[in-house]
Ligand binder design. Structure first.
Ligand code: GDP
Ligand code: MN
Length: 397
């Protein structure tokens, strides 16, 4: 689950990571009230208004703006809320902005080269350890830094069973070229950041930029946080942070009916049981010259009801030109699945206007094939994997 910047900062702050203070606002009126409150709490008189969407690069797209008084807070908030924000990380259509974060201005006026660092915490799957990735080149796109100046990116690996050791945090501060008070602040920042990552069961914390203020404080100015969905049951207070307006609507619907669905860009819809077979089926479609339109694992109980639900979800994607059903009847019998397919097809009236190819293997596969072939419907059956691929290729041609 991805979070908004303001939610990520809330989590960071709760673990003692210093953050740029801010208050979220749903409209210009709330933005002005938020600014006033920030002035009371922090003494700031300048503010940054930041679009809250699940995408980075907001600054470049015009979604982060400096306001020097309350009038500007109001007009900038008015402009940003409701806008369609296009950034290097959104699709070409952009993302609609529903809310802004009104934050204290933490940059020193007139400082053209503030000390901005990059820092992220994530899992290194190869070594099986957590990793802090950091760089002196903050505030810019880390992919560009990795490409052009890879020697300016450092990593610190942490054994999850031991946790972060103080010398590791000191090494980070040293490599970032800090000394004195800023050095001590960075050590505290890194220790707290790592603790927050572990305790919140996150899979990614990315802070870009981490700022060294003019009075040598270290703070998170931005926060991209991804939480591990499988651990959410341990964090009831984070569950409400889900903002489904930011998620793919078909995926949200699939989740509600208990289907494992991931939307993709291609034209062949897939309905498969088991994640491994689903992956293999996607490979097969690609080999046959198609592109999978989705990943869909219908699970073990592929009865008529479930097959129909899966059909409806797949057909919501207007790019789908054919559907390949690939099901292995191990526990569930193939004839029952075939009956499910036929019943679902009939139930849906004329909702299905594209060719369907069905491959059923396993228990009672022969009876299943007969059922499909004698159904009188526009459904083709296949026995072998390759045969299914050829039929997909034929209908796409
Ligand atoms: P992103 O573009 O989506 O990564 O959003 P960020 O939160 O990183 O903000 C973009 C840029 O806005 C930062 O790199 C900063 O240069 C700038 N920015 C953020 N906060 C402040 C602030 O308090 N004052 C000023 N002057 N600039 C800020
Ligand atoms: Mn950023």
């Amino acid at each position: 689950m991805n979070l908004h910047e303001y939610q990520g900062k809330e989590i960071l702050s709760s673990f003692g990571v210093r953050i740029q203070r801010g208050i979220v606002a749903q409209n210009a009126h709330e933005a002005v009230a938020a600014a006033k409150q920030l002035t009371t709490e922090t003494g700031t008189s300048w503010y940054v208004i930041k679009a809250q969407v699940h995408a980075g690069g907001r600054g470049k797209g015009g979604g982060v703006k400096l306001a020097k008084n309350l009038k500007e807070v109001e007009s900038i908030a008015e402009d940003i809320i409701g806008m369609n924000l296009i950034t290097p990380q959104t699709s070409a259509e952009g993302k609609k902005v529903h809310q802004v974060l009104v934050a204290e201005d933490v940059y020193y006026p007139g400082d053209n080269e503030p000390d901005e660092f990059y820092m992220s915490v994530l899992l290194n799957r190869t070594s099986g350890r957590n990793m802090i990735m950091y760089s002196t080149e903050g505030g810019m796109d880390i992919e560009t830094v990795a490409e052009e100046t890879p020697h300016l990116i450092f990593t610190e690996e942490i054994d999850p069973s031991v946790g972060i050791l103080p010398f590791q945090a000191r090494r980070v501060a040293f490599n970032l070229g800090l000394s004195g008070m800023a050095f001590k602040e960075m050590v505290k920042f890194v220790m707290a950041l790592y603790t927050a990552y572990v305790k919140s069961d996150a899979s990614l914390f990315e802070i870009n930029p981490v700022l060294k203020t003019s009075d040598d404080k270290i703070m998170a100015v931005d926060a991209k946080v991804t939480l591990d969905d499988n651990a959410l049951y341990r964090h009831k207070n984070y569950v409400d942070m889900r903002d489904i307006r930011e998620e793919n609507p078909i995926e949200v619907e699939a989740k509600e009916v208990g289907l494992n669905y991931v939307d993709l860009d291609g034209n062949v819809g897939c309905m498969v049981n088991g994640a491994g077979l689903a992956m293999a089926t996607m490979d097969l479609i690609k080999q046959a010259g198609g592109e999978p339109a989705n990943f869909l694992d219908v699970g073990g109980t592929a009865d008529a009801k479930r097959v129909e639900t899966a059909f409806r979800i797949i057909l919501k994607d207007p790019n789908v030109k054919a559907i390949l059903i690939n099901i292995f009847g191990g526990i569930v019998r193939c004839d029952r699945v075939a009956q499910g397919v036929v019943d679902a097809y009939k139930n849906m009236g004329d909702a299905i206007k594209i060719p369907i190819i069905v491959r059923l293997q396993g228990t009672n596969a022969d009876i299943a094939k007969e059922l499909i072939d004698n159904s009188g419907l526009d459904v083709q059956s296949a026995v072998l994997f390759q045969e299914a691929a050829d039929k997909v290729q034929a209908v796409l041609a």
